[in-house]
Write a protein that binds this ligand. Sequence first.
Ligand code: SF4
Length: 113
Amino acid sequence: MIYDASLEELLQRVWDGQRIDQADALRLYGLPLEELAALADRRRRLARANAYEGRGNQIVTYIVDRNINYTNVCNVYCKFCAFYRVAGDDDAYVITIASSARSTASRATTTPT
Ligand code: SF4
C-alpha cells in the first residue's frame, strides 16, 4: 500500500470536524466501509455533543415513518405482488383523506413499533 499524505490530512480534517469539499467527499468513498463508518460516527458525535444541554450523545431519538397505502387497487400487475387488487374486487379499497388523517393522528401518540 502506498502512503498518501493528502488522504491522511483529509481524514484528520474530517476527524476534527472541519468542512470538506465535494472532491474530498468523493475520495472518502474509496475508504473501507469500517473506516468510513468510524468517520461518520465521529462526525455524528461532534454534531450532537452540544445538543440537549451537552447530553446529545447520551440521548437517542427516533423518527416514526409511515407509508400509507391509500389503496390496494393497481393496474401494474407485478407477478410477485400479493397486495394489489383490481378495481371492483370484493376486498379492493380506497381510503379517504379524512380517514387517512384520522388514522395518522391516532397513531401519532402511540409508541413506535
Ligand atoms: S408491486 Fe403490486 S401494488 Fe406495486 S405496482 Fe406492482 S402490482 Fe402494483
